[in-house]
Write a protein that binds this ligand. Structure first.
Ligand code: 6GU
Length: 256
């Protein structure tokens, strides 16, 4: 049976070969194989105008490094839009350390589109006119600098693909993931029951699903308070859970 592709990523890069590994393993490879996802790589160099196929040039005003030229990127985006019959509302994402930091809600939002165009910036920057006229948004994957947007684009593809229904089996459900609940994930254990004197918490062996649920939720809260307390401000907590967190805080403050 022929299924409609749920999502198409159109990636503009000068290093298409960088994507080979991530696209050929694990969840992304399976999603592509199942026809849920398509990743179309476009070499920006194919849109260069001169015989040297140059995609970068010296910065106006001087300074170190090179800047990615506007024409090949404009032409590559136009070509993709025409070829793939993309409408005007398709996001064109520029991957840059100056972008909005990627979060789980952003990944969830991106997963609602059928097409996403991604431009991987390289070198010391991209001509500002690309930001002004071509990109509809800019994303970063964190506060550190990568040599280019390629690895960031792969991370966006991964985070979005695993949210597409059918990409991740129900056994590997994404519902309990860290962040999808607004909290960090609870501790997980598998066999053996005892390993090098270290035991699996008894409640997980009890078969009491309500108790297990409650323990997991509390461990999520405990872990989030310890490691990422700022997340608790946005999490959707019941009155009882708020009291639990408050008790943990007091306990922590009294032992310090
Ligand atoms: Cl999207 N690009 C680059 N070059 N560096 C980054 C980044 C993106 N996100 C974090 N650092």
């Amino acid at each position: 049976m022929a299924w409609a592709v749920a999502m198409r990523f159109h990636v503009l890069t000068i290093f298409p070969g960088m994507f080979d590994g991530p696209l050929s393993e694990s969840i992304i490879a399976r999603a592509i194989e199942r026809g849920l996802v398509e990743v179309n790589l476009h070499d920006i160099r194919d849109f260069a105008k001169d015989r040297h196929r140059s995609v970068d040039d010296y910065p106006y005003g001087g300074g170190y490094g090179m800047v990615m030229k506007p024409e090949p990127i404009f032409d590559a985006v136009r070509s993709v839009s025409t070829e793939a019959s993309l409408g005007d509302s398709v996001p064109v994402i520029l991957l840059t350390p100056q972008g909005t930091p990627l979060t789980q809600p952003i990944a969830e939002h991106l997963a609602t589109y059928e097409d996403l165009v991604m431009i991987c910036g390289r070198y010391e920057g991209v001509d500002e006119r690309v930001r002004e006229r071509v990109a509809t948004c800019e994303l970063s994957i964190g506060d550190y600098v990568l040599s280019g947007g390629e690895l960031a684009a792969m991370i966006v593809i991964d985070a979005v693909t695993r949210l597409i229904p059918g990409a991740v089996g129900s056994i590997e459900s994404t519902e309990d993931d860290s962040f999808s609940t607004g909290l960090l994930q609870f501790p997980q254990y598998t066999r053996p029951h005892v390993y090098e004197d270290c035991e699996v918490p008894e409640v997980l062996l009890s078969g009491n699903h309500a108790e297990i649920e409650r323990w997991r939720r509390r461990e999520s809260l405990r872990r989030t308070l310890e490691r990422r307390p700022e997340l608790l401000g946005h999490a959707d907590l019941t009155e009882e859970e708020r009291e639990f967190v408050e008790a943990l805080r007091e306990e922590r403050d009294s032992t310090n």
